[in-house]
Design a protein around this ligand. Structure first.
Ligand code: SF4
Length: 488
């Protein structure tokens, strides 16, 4: 069904008047200063609005303009803007900004191409600055605009850049500037990435809801049941797996809010890089979940944990192989009718220096899973540190000899799936460009230059218990995104 974009955006512009205003718009209302708008926009990337607002206020007290910014060193800037996401990188961008501005005579440029020549300014930031600071036609496509436009079927695109180009062709000019603030507010308040509130959405009767699973309210009397409203013991369980690349780091990026939004029955994490006693209480004891920890002996390295709403019958720490177990790589919970194993597979490392160890680990875990599968169903999830086929990474040719896509690693994956283990995501989705990990360098995530190395697999006999599997690539906070499995 084709949507009426005029109707949608007009009605939503009214609707979001009462919502919280996105922070960059707020700063634009408070000041017409392009410098402040540019800096706040740089700070806001991958950061909650509330955190951006506080960090911007602290920074502008010391550096209200370009000249005073130039007098602050990188370490001071990092201190002032902490804890915005990637604060160290952003401190470097801000430190480099005054010199970079010289090419524009010290004035903030008002076009997208010039702005993208400044440190830390990608297309999204540049478009936002042009639209908000200079009120010039520009379409800022962030994750909310990209996602919601696809839900409406107004565009059919894979990346924010494709969405921007498609919108430039068809979105009426009057909406170019306001579309971002309307859809950011709407995306944060109603059409949320995880479980949109379609039940209270003003345009629900006209929205095609493409690819959407609407939120279902969990009532008090349903406590003890899974998020999908069925009895946890016998119904479909929602399982999540996520390499968080450091629990202490991700805790500062809204981890607990994300977990409650995910509303899963069991959440498995890899690369926690912390002992439980090093974590704040809010992470050590997530409300409603029982945590099980298996950190590495070496501090700040590897480690896995599982939070569960379903009480396990037993817990198996490691595989009884000291060489692997000291690295905190495998944790297993036994439930009535399945084992859940979470694993952080070793990285073969640059030059494939650790390939022999990795292949030994792979063989050992395969044997371990086979032994469990003799008793009951097995679900194995985690960072397998391998992209299986060319479709599973952006640049297969260039990476044929690199860790994560070397021939021996792919061959092991062939052996594993050849033995009947199901890569559940590929059961439902054969599309390319479906990734779970992106390098922090070269704006890889923005450009979707990624790898699919995080999996949910099940033993051969349990395929019919798999109801759905997906990649939650809109969830930020780590260089990996979570993956999910609905398992009956
Ligand atoms: S009906 Fe649901 S999916 Fe459609 S816009 Fe509203 S909240 Fe989003």
């Amino acid at each position: 069904m084709a949507i009426d974009i005029d109707y949608f955006l007009k009605i939503l512009a009214e609707e979001v008047r009462n919502y919280q205003v996105p922070v960059v718009d707020l700063i634009a209302v408070q000041t017409k200063d392009p410098f402040r708008i540019l800096v706040a926009t740089i700070l806001s990337a991958r950061t909650k609005d509330e955190t951006t607002a506080k960090a911007s206020a602290r920074l502008f007290r010391k550096a209200p303009d370009l000249k005073s910014l130039a007098s602050l060193d990188e370490a001071t800037l990092a201190k002032l803007i902490y804890p915005v996401g990637f604060y160290k990188n952003k401190a470097k961008y801000l430190s480099d900004l005054p010199a970079a501005m010289e090419q524009f005579g010290g004035r903030i440029p008002d076009d997208v191409e010039s702005l993208t020549r400044l440190p830390g300014v990608g297309r999204k930031t540049a478009n936002l600055v042009v639209a908000v600071a200079f009120k010039k036609p520009a379409i800022c496509v962030d994750t909310h605009v990209h996602r919601i436009m696809n839900i409406w079927g107004y565009v059919e695109t894979k990346t924010p850049l494709e969405t921007e180009m498609a919108l430039r062709q068809k979105l009426p000019a009057e909406y170019w500037i306001p579309v971002n603030s309307i859809l950011v507010a709407f995306g944060q308040g109603t059409c949320k990435p995880l479980g949109p509130h379609c039940d209270r959405c003003i345009i629900a009767n006209h929205c095609p809801q493409i690819g959407v699973t609407p939120r279902k309210a969990v009532k008090a009397k349903d406590k003890g049941k899974s998020a999908n409203g069925k009895n946890i013991k016998n119904g479909v369980k929602k399982l999540i797996s996520w390499n968080v690349n450091g629990l202490r780091a991700i805790e500062k990026k809204g981890f607990t809010d994300i977990v409650y939004e995910l509303d899963a029955d069991i959440i498995s994490l890899q690369e926690i890089k912390a002992m439980p006693e090093q974590l704040p209480e809010s992470v050590r004891n997530l409300n409603g979940y029982e945590p099980y920890w298996f950190p590495a002996k070496r501090k700040g390295y590897a480690g896995v944990c599982i939070y569960t709403r379903i009480k396990p019958l037993s817990v198996i720490y490691g595989m009884d192989i000291p060489e692997h177990d000291q690295e905190g790589r495998v944790l297993t919970l036994e439930f009535d009718d399945f084992f859940l194993v979470t694993a952080y597979f070793p990285n073969a490392q640059h030059g494939l220096l650790r390939i022999d160890y990795k292949l030994q680990f792979n063989r050992d875990i395969h044997n371990f899973l086979d032994r469990l599968a003799e008793k009951k169903s097995v679900v194995i999830c985690g960072d397998l540190n391998v992209a299986h086929r060319p479709i599973d990474l952006a640049n297969p040719k260039q990476n044929e000899k690199n860790p994560g896509y070397s021939a021996p690693e792919r061959e092991w994956m062939d052996t594993f799936t050849g033995a009947g283990y199901i890569d559940t995501f590929r059961k439902f989705n054969q599309e390319p460009e479906q990734y779970t990990w992106w390098s922090y360098r070269f704006s890889a995530r923005e450009r979707n230059i990624g790898w699919r190395i995080d999996y949910f697999c099940v033993d051969p006999a349990s395929e019919n218990r798999v109801k759905n599997a997906s990649i939650l690539n809109h969830i930020l906070g780590s260089d990996h995104c979570p993956v999910s499995l609905d398992f009956e």
